[in-house]
Design a protein around this ligand. Structure first.
Ligand code: ZN
Ligand code: ZN
Ligand code: CA
Ligand code: ZN
Length: 454
């Protein structure tokens, strides 16, 4: 019934459908909880379990993707995923072929015939609404991909600020957030800002008009996406292209989990950006360290500086994404790393659904959600072995072995005179730790074990 309401009533009623659904859910599971309000959308557990990047570059087109994802949501939820990150969901300048990173109409979720198609590459308005409802019914947050550095698909107009013609005349069919040369660089307030994307018109975030449409108006992108569409959080594309206060203001206007794509391997720089934006950042420092550790066969690189070691609360860790996928030697070991260490791990769709062993990933997700708590102590590293422990309760010890043979090693745990076991099932040992907390553990070739109290 809820699904029917959402589909029939359309965008303007999606919010009330959502509220009803959430209220019903809390009646069932937490009778004492106060009635749900729309702001409860942001109170899901985003950040405590595991995120799924629910797309890849050039994933199947033809308007089928939202339905494909909908069909997978229940199994992802039961595996322990708590949020799905969707590709930019509105009409790009390449219409039905667009991956969404060429934004033209920020309010056309597949319901206006423009740029050669009515649906987006991923489907119709009704289909994305149905996907969001399905995700919420399964207690998953839905993260919107926000592309606000640049726009694409504007008509040519003569531009007094350049003295020539620019493709800056945007007249979206939704009628919302029309743009002109005043809204792009150079204009009357700014020659340029910190970064551009190719030759695309570069949005000027200092214009009050632009800020109003991004996050201030009641029908701004931020408020429409949250209140009308039901998105719960935000992934900001190419944040090197504008100042961090844009992300901060957007997020503070509506709340919800926020993460920025600050594509930089320097952990200190990532930390500075995350603090300024008051948002999480993808941990590219961790990504490059894992790449160098596995591709270069030197696990001591896992001791490199990372955002997760500076501010785990702000770190979204990942092994691959739609832009970059460079770890192919024993990639599962990188997942063993991010799913046992601090930070909020994000799993790449193709790794989970197509390329790696889903049972192994599900086991690692379970270990992340049930055992991987507390601070981290680094116990051992050389070129092909790495051991660390998490100090929460019960905590764990992870042993990564990238050599060609079984390895074993004595390590100091947090447990005295306690039987432990390997929760991956890779080792059948069930040793008892000594009174001084030391124990011998083992790991298989090009594999890993993860130990905790039995
Ligand atoms: Zn809902
Ligand atoms: Zn500007
Ligand atoms: Ca820019
Ligand atoms: Zn990108």
């Amino acid at each position: 019934m809820k699904k029917t309401i959402t589909i029939v009533a359309g965008a303007l009623l999606a919010l009330s459908a959502c509220t009803t659904e959430d209220a019903q859910k809390s009646t069932v599971t937490e009778a004492a909880a106060p009635a749900a309000t729309p702001s409860n959308l942001t109170a899901r557990s985003t950040g405590s379990k595991v995120m799924m990047q629910a797309f890849y570059w050039d994933c199947p087109g033809g308007g089928t993707w939202w339905n494909t994802i909908s069909g997978k949501v229940p199994s992802w939820a039961s595996a322990g995923i708590d949020a799905i990150w969707l590709p930019p969901a509105t009409k790009g300048s390449s219409g039905g072929y667009s991956m969404g990173y060429d934004p033209f109409d920020y309010f056309d979720f597949g319901s206006y015939n423009q740029m050669g198609n009515t649906e987006t590459r991923f489907g119709s308005l009704a289909e994305i609404q149905s996907l969001i409802t399905t995700a919420h019914n399964n207690d998953l947050s839905v993260i919107a991909d926000i592309v606000i550095n640049h726009c694409s698909g504007g008509a040519s107009q003569s531009n007094p600020f350049t003295g020539g013609s620019t493709y800056t005349n945007f007249t979206p069919a939704s009628g919302l957030f029309a743009r002109s040369y005043y809204d792009f660089h150079p204009n009357d307030v700014h020659a340029s800002d910190v970064g551009t994307f190719g030759g695309y018109p570069d949005l000027c975030h200092d214009k009050t008009y632009v800020q109003d449409w991004l996050y201030n108006n009641t029908n701004s992108i931020a408020k429409y996406y949250k209140n009308t569409m039901g998105f719960d959080g935000w992934r900001f594309d190419m944040v090197k292209g504008f100042e961090p206060w844009v992300v901060k203001n957007f997020k503070n206007a509506v709340g919800g989990f926020a993460v920025g794509e600050y594509w930089d391997g320097n952990a200190a720089t990532l930390e500075t950006w995350a603090n300024s934006a008051e948002s999480s950042a993808f941990d590219f420092a961790c990504y490059y360290a894992m790449r160098d550790a596995l591709q270069g066969n030197d696990l001591t690189k896992l001791n490199n500086d990372m955002l997760l070691k500076r501010n785990a609360y702000r770190a979204v860790t990942f092994v691959a994404n739609h832009d970059t996928d460079e770890i192919y030697n024993n990639k599962i070991l990188a997942y063993a790393y991010i799913l046992t260490h601090e930070g909020y791990p994000c799993i790449f769709y193709r790794d989970y659904e197509e390329w790696l062993d889903k049972n192994k990933l599900n086991n690692l997700i379970w270990i992340h959600n049930n055992k991987a708590s507390g601070s981290t102590t680094y116990l051992y590293a050389d070129n092909d072995e790495y051991v660390a422990k998490r100090n929460g309760s019960p905590g764990l010890v992870v042993y990564i072995n990238n050599s060609d043979s079984w390895q074993q090693r004595w390590v100091e745990t947090n447990w005295a005179s306690t039987v432990i076991k390997d929760y991956t099932g890779n080792s059948t040992w069930e040793p008892t730790t000594q009174s001084g907390k030391w124990v011998q553990i083992q790991a298989p070739p090009h594999g890993y074990t993860i130990w905790s109290v039995k």
